[in-house]
Design a protein around this ligand. Sequence first.
Ligand SMILES: [Zn+2]
Length: 260
Amino acid sequence: MSMSNFGLLHIEEMCFIFRGSELLLRNIPDIELPSEEVVRKCLKENFGRDWFTEKTMGYSAVHLESDAPTPAECRWVRLRILFHENNPLAPLAGRALGLLNWRKSARFCSFCGGALVDDKYETARRCSACDRVLYPRLSPAVMILVQKGDTILLIRHSDRNTDTYTCIAGYIEHGESLEECAVREVREETSLEIANIHYLGSQYWPYPDQLMTVFRADWAGGEIFLQDGDLEEAAWFHRDRLPEIPKPGTIAYRLIRGFL
Ligand SMILES: [Zn+2]
């Protein structure tokens, strides 16, 4: 892997430049990262809030200011698009954005308040005062497809202003297993009971640091009763008459399509 030097910056050939969660691409129909020349110019003119290089992974990542202009012959795309299209760049770009997001909250040591600096050898931050090492954090979550005969349970969130229906999901709490989390989330959101819980897979999702694990389960009792204000609607949908569901590339899409 060839590398280039930009003054103090040590930049890998593959460079992900973000503005918020938008990724900078060449302004062509294909998904292609900008040339080295563009990266050089961009960094010179809009030096970012933050940047880092993972030599072992062969890439650099830069976070530009939110009002950074669009460089000539470039365009911004939401990183989600790469996931939706199953683009081969998506996992590494996701890692880059996830680590940039993490670094925003990893500036000071949570033990002594000392300033954190990049560790020389690992993808971690080291406290300049007490020498503790802080590693990137992930938030595990659970998504459950609940099945009842030829129907599945889908929900719609009240705060998302969308007609898209998806599966119940939530973050794991201390003291519970993934399966216990699935039972609790379904019960909390809909007051339904589930059984026969099976793990199906997982997906990393850098918004901001999620590891989503997915399960299927059978309805085991109860009627739908919305427990709190998070959900606009929860209903059983027949496999032949599904509403609008999340886009391809999301794990929710694969989970629901798998049922079909
Ligand atoms: Zn410290």
